[in-house]
Design a protein around this ligand. Structure first.
Ligand code: PDD
Length: 288
């Protein structure tokens, strides 16, 4: 079992994989990325991730240097070569290596890398430990729908959260509107309805968020894709965050204030169970 990287067509051990220090991803954060969960040696919702990768690349005026079919094949090869059953694929595209300049270089060839690392299997629902969140100002730019490698505001907030003993910082804009987490989307049950910020430029439209919204609709759970503010968050019966690596993760307290429901609350628990079923249907059963 091995961490394997792929750099523009060549496989290497991850520890030996290198790109130029003049790569614009490294110097300028001029790139986009994806993180895809692997369950039972199969990538989960790969097509949706690749569609978002395409949209992110297009938004920063980059063309994918490889056809989507080739990327899909490479993902399978990486998983196979690694020998990992549970893990994630990281995928990054930058504007390539060139003399440092804010202007886009004429001659740079984009750099595309992918690698695979191992993760623990998804825990049983009863073993998921509800965690704390803290609220922090959202200091990011106005193109949060692009999954860019420019993550400094996210990192600073995540670090603060961790130092406060919280798993995630729940971010809010100046007017008090809650947007998302530093690396996750945020859902809250307010007045009996599930709410989450709509997929605008202020959030990354998470693939997990999309799966959870599908489940909410399949189960006819009352739902509003409508922003909520800090005051409303204070009244929430349940809160959870979603992401590729955290799945559906219940939050038990925000800014040290415990939520009203036992955690995970009834709706969150239902979604966690249904999410496990989606994993089973897509990656465990012999359906594909
Ligand atoms: N983060 N919002 C932000 C800012 C994110 O960085 C992420 C994902 C999400 C959830 O998206 P998805 O459900 O597609 O994973 C929302 C990844 C996992 C990361 O940066 O590691």
């Amino acid at each position: 079992m091995q961490n394997i990287a792929w750099i523009d067509g060549t496989y290497r051990d991850l520890s030996k994989a290198k790109v130029s220090i003049e790569d614009r991803g490294y110097l300028l954060g001029d790139g986009v990325y994806e993180v895809i969960r692997v369950y039972n040696s199969r990538p989960f919702y790969l097509d949706a991730h690749l569609q978002r990768f395409l949209r992110s690349a297009e938004a920063i005026r980059l063309d994918l240097p490889y056809p989507v079919d080739r990327i899909t094949e490479t993902v399978s090869e990486l998983i196979e070569k690694s020998g990992y059953s549970e893990g994630y694929i990281y995928m990054q595209l930058t504007r390539g290596s060139a003399k440092r300049d804010h202007l886009f270089p004429d001659d740079a060839v984009p750099t595309m890398v992918m690698y695979v690392r191992e993760l623990k299997p998804v825990p049983e629902i009863d073993a998921v430990e509800p965690q704390e969140g803290i609220t922090l100002p959202d200091e990011r730019w106005l193109n949060c729908h692009i999954k860019t490698t420019n993550l400094l505001p996210n990192l600073l907030a995540r670090q603060k959260a961790s130092e406060a003993g919280a798993v995630e910082a729940i971010l809010y804009r100046q007017d008090g509107t809650v947007t998302e987490g530093t690396r996750s989307n945020v859902f809250a049950v307010i007045d009996g309805k599930v709410r989450t910020h709509p997929a605008t430029n202020l959030i990354l439209a998470g693939i997990t968020r999309g799966i959870v919204i599908d489940i909410i609709q399949e189960l006819s759970i009352p739902f509003l894709e409508k922003p909520f503010n800090l005051q409303e968050l204070e009244t929430a019966e349940e809160v959870w965050v979603t992401s590729t690596t955290m799945e559906v993760n219940p939050i038990k307290a925000i800014d040290s204030r415990l939520l009203k429901s036992p955690v995970p609350g009834p709706i969150c628990k239902q979604l966690m169970e249904a999410f496990h079923n989606k994993i089973a249907a897509n990656c465990l059963e012999d359906v594909k």
